[in-house]
Unconditional design. Structure first.
Length: 387
């Protein structure tokens, strides 16, 4: 494979901005594609398995070894994009590499991940009042020098929403944002839906603090956001007076997230975007006779409890008819809690629902768990007369 090594050296010397591994050697393999993007400090690989995406970060020096493990053992095609051109490596049936290079051909999608202004949905150069008030934009619509990270983070959240919205023909949308706080993301989500996607939006931001909600409402009135209002209410009991199409929550603490998801399922919301926070409940319940190693060390137990909590939530949403993804997302409010649960109501087979439920019951039994979301959904089904 000396020829392949020579090709790879030439590609990597150009410090590619993006690489795509495709055409799996085993056509029945779960992973059909891997996209590797250059970040500010290293690279990030996105592995696509069915509807799920798994991320792996690596230093630049590790890229060659990463590609070497996959090509040609698992994939038979590599496309790489750099500032100076586009490269491709493919393999014949005999396993011989074919290398090609097109100088000067650099497609738009290969811009560096940390510098993708042309792809941002919330674009610089426009005077967006909430962003000006937040200090992210200057008065003339430019990104403040100290707010570049927050600007990228905001756009990342909007991209996650747009990935669902852009695939549907939506003309009207009813939205609830639970635990909206000062409304930073509420305002920007409303702006995106109304000004960019041109959707007729009815949206309510809900939080416990009355004075904060009054200030948010005054700001919405000042911005002319007629379809947006704010209400003081408890996530556990709040009723919006309409059936929401989308339910959003960023950092609803501990079991508050369970109530958010419960309401979304109860209302049969079409879309759910929930970023959990402080998953303490199961940490206090976890015990295991077969795997005590996971509960012996306090820090590791806490981490395991957080993973179990969101895994159970994801499966309970699948059981309820949602297609679910767990996404790592840089949080717009600059906190380390950055896992987002994205659920889209759709056609989920009876077999998939049953498997999801069996996995939930198995984990609950093995670790003696009784998660709030499970209890709420079970009670709802009992009251509805569902067996």
């Amino acid at each position: 494979m000396d020829e392949l090594q020579t090709c790879m050296r030439e590609i990597l010397e150009e410090k590619p901005l993006r690489l795509i591994l495709s055409k799996p050697k085993d056509k029945s393999a779960e992973c059909k594609k891997i996209v590797v993007r250059r970040l500010k400090n290293g690279y990030q690989a996105e592995k696509f398995i069915g509807k799920q995406v798994f991320h792996e970060n690596m230093e630049a020096e590790a890229l060659a070894a990463y590609i070497g493990r996959l090509l040609p053992q698992e994939f038979r095609q590599l496309n790489a994009f750099a500032q100076e051109g586009e490269f491709s490596v493919s393999f014949t049936k005999k396993g011989e590499p074919k290398f090609s290079r097109v100088k000067g051909k650099t497609a738009a999608p290969v811009q560096e991940e940390h510098n993708r202004e042309k792809r941002y949905l919330i674009k610089e150069g426009q005077v967006i009042e909430p962003l000006v008030d937040m200090g992210v934009f200057t008065a003339d619509g430019r990104v403040a020098a100290s707010m570049q990270d927050k600007y990228r983070q905001i756009n990342r959240f909007i991209e996650v929403v747009d990935d669902v919205i852009s695939k549907q023909a939506i003309t009207a949308l009813k939205v609830i944002d639970f635990g909206c706080g000062k409304g930073y993301l509420t305002f920007l989500l409303y702006y995106y839906l109304v000004e960019i996607r041109h959707i007729d939006v009815t949206m309510v931001g809900v939080d416990l603090k009355k004075e904060v909600m009054e200030n948010c409402q005054a700001a919405a009135d000042r911005y002319g956001y007629r379809g947006l209002r704010f209400a003081c209410g408890d996530i556990r009991t709040y009723e919006p007076g309409f059936r929401p199409d989308m339910v959003v929550s960023l950092h609803a603490c501990d079991t508050a997230t369970d109530y958010v998801l419960y309401h979304a399922v109860r209302w049969k919301a079409k879309m759910i975007f929930s970023m959990p926070c402080c998953q303490h409940e199961l940490n206090g319940q976890m015990e295991s006779e077969s795997l005590p190693i996971l509960t012996r060390y306090g820090l590791l137990k806490e981490n395991a409890a957080a993973l179990f909590t969101d895994a159970l939530r994801g499966n309970l949403l699948i059981r309820s008819g949602y297609k679910v993804q767990m996404l790592d997302i840089v949080n717009p409010l600059n906190t380390p809690k950055n896992r987002l649960i994205r659920g889209v109501r759709g056609s989920v087979s009876a077999a998939a629902r049953q498997k999801a439920e069996e996995e939930v019951l198995g984990l609950m039994k093995d670790f003696h768990l009784t998660p709030t979301l499970y209890t709420l959904l079970e009670k709802q089904e009992e009251e509805a007369g569902v067996e």
